[in-house]
Design a protein around this ligand. Structure first.
Ligand code: GRF
Length: 204
């Protein structure tokens, strides 16, 4: 399967996915069609190029969401992706985008999406002194961090006393969970219920 990986920043999840494609669990299952960013200066883009991936970008600053997303869809289609894999893509996707790749967009969220949505999930876990948080890989629909859960994995937070340590432990889980989940999906080992995808509701 061809993957389009979307990022806005550092890209550590992108690196983990590319390594899994090159010599890990995604070998012979996936190829990286493109690494795309809405921030032309994102450090993750350079890293992707250094890893040998095709890259593309379109600056989203001051752009209207639907208009911008329509252009992104055009760019991505040139690379014929089977899946769009969000890896720290810091932009809410418009219905235009979601419908173009309905049921084929994945996201990784650093919390249980039933408990915490949106930004600052590690801060939330740290400030609430949770003994454990969960990393979630889910299909993306038109809600914010809603959509069918494909996989979750716990992060043991006992004994952490800095936010940096929460993030360090969480990212270690993210980096294996994302590739493992994609591998399961591509092997047909995950069951996805289309009913749960909230796409194309009458009012939008
Ligand atoms: C990760 O924590 C991911 O779960 C969240 O954004 C962060 C991206 O980090 N969606 P990176 O750019 O992959 O290093």
């Amino acid at each position: 399967a061809r993957l389009a990986i979307l990022l806005s920043g550092r890209g550590s999840n992108m690196v983990a996915l590319v390594q899994a494609v090159q010599h890990g669990v995604l070998q012979n299952l996936a190829e990286v069609a493109v690494v795309f960013s809405n921030k032309p200066e994102a450090p993750g883009l350079k890293t992707a190029a250094a890893l040998g991936c095709p890259t593309a970008s379109l600056g989203s600053q001051d752009r209207k969401r639907a208009e911008f997303d329509a252009e992104v869809v055009d760019v991505l289609r040139q690379y014929q992706p089977d899946y769009v894999v969000l890896a720290g893509y810091m932009r809410i996707l418009s219905p235009t985008f979601i419908r173009a790749f309905a049921g084929r967009i994945l996201n990784i969220h650093p919390a249980d999406t039933h408990q915490h949505q949106g930004l600052h999930a590690y801060e939330w876990a740290f400030e609430n002194q949770l003994p454990e948080t969960k990393i979630t890989v889910h299909l993306v629909d038109e809600g914010l961090d809603t959509g069918p859960i494909l996989a979750q994995h716990p992060v043991d937070l006992r004994g952490v006393d800095t936010l940096a340590e929460v993030e360090r432990r969480g990212l270690a889980v993210e980096h294996t969970l994302y590739a493992d989940t994609l591998a399961g999906l591509l092997r047909g080992q995950l069951r996805i219920s289309n009913e749960e995808l909230r796409i194309g509701s009458a009012d939008s």
